[in-house]
Design a protein around this ligand. Sequence first.
Ligand code: 13P
Ligand code: SF4
Length: 302
Amino acid sequence: MDEINRIKQLKDERNAIILAHNYQRGDVQDAADFVGDSFGLSRAAVSSGADIIVFCGVDFMAESAAVLNPEKTVLMPELNAQCPMAGMITPESLKLEKEKHPDAAVVCYVNTSAAVKAESDVCCTSANAVKVVNSMEEGEIIFVPDRNLALYVAANTKKKIIPWNGYCPTHHLILPGDILLEKEEHPQAEILVHPECRPEVVALADKVLSTSGMLKYAAQSESKEFIIGTEVGLLHRLNRENPGKRFIPATKYAVCPNMKMNTLGSIIRALERNEHIIKVPEDIRRKAKLSLDKMLEMGRGD
Ligand code: 13P
Ligand code: SF4
């Protein structure tokens, strides 16, 4: 039996679904029941009737699914698929920052551990960061851990933003020169970039969007060419869903090695061996769920 059919068989036997992020390998995306951005995946995890969720993404995504669904089994096929940005803040360091700014609210990007979410007032994703910040009563916001997303939000809100100094190593590989070079070759192309990019790259964009925001925008735009400033895995869906249009990666080097760890083989192993189960201690889970629930209630902003 080939890998795809074995996965189908195991999913039926175990009442499992596969959720995959837009940056996963193409064959993993094709094997998934739902492919989306961080916001869409959190929502899909809650609405599914499955007993088992196989999460093909990185650590904080599987952890969020476990926080939101304590009654389901959440499996992460590759435990080493960890987001380095999420590792750039700890709950202890956030507590110290809160002491320095006692009047500020804390908005955490979804790319954080459950323990950091538990120390935050609300969570956000790239699809709703500005909307979430604007919804807060406080005038001062500690925004963690992505400095670039914090600066993007600061440019689009009247609130005072106190950024954390984290960043995504993959999006940092996209440089203004890459965009300018492609724009010279494709002068008609629209430039779509992710807010995790450097501010100098964001400044060159026609649109700043989450990964699913880019998919939605590209599908309804009149343009035929787009320069894409995000992880290259998104081109799989962009190309498949828009056959008449051309998508040019800002740089082919923008690859997230962690997102690429999951394979069809590791999905099979996860379902056969029931591994690796993601569990969050109950006190942290409850508090982290409040932050995630508030974000889900607010909906998308892109
Ligand atoms: P979105 O797909 O939510 O835009 O996030 C990108 C990302 O880097 C997730 O790690
Ligand atoms: Fe983390 Fe960046 Fe990879 Fe997203 S692309 S999982 S932010 S390292």
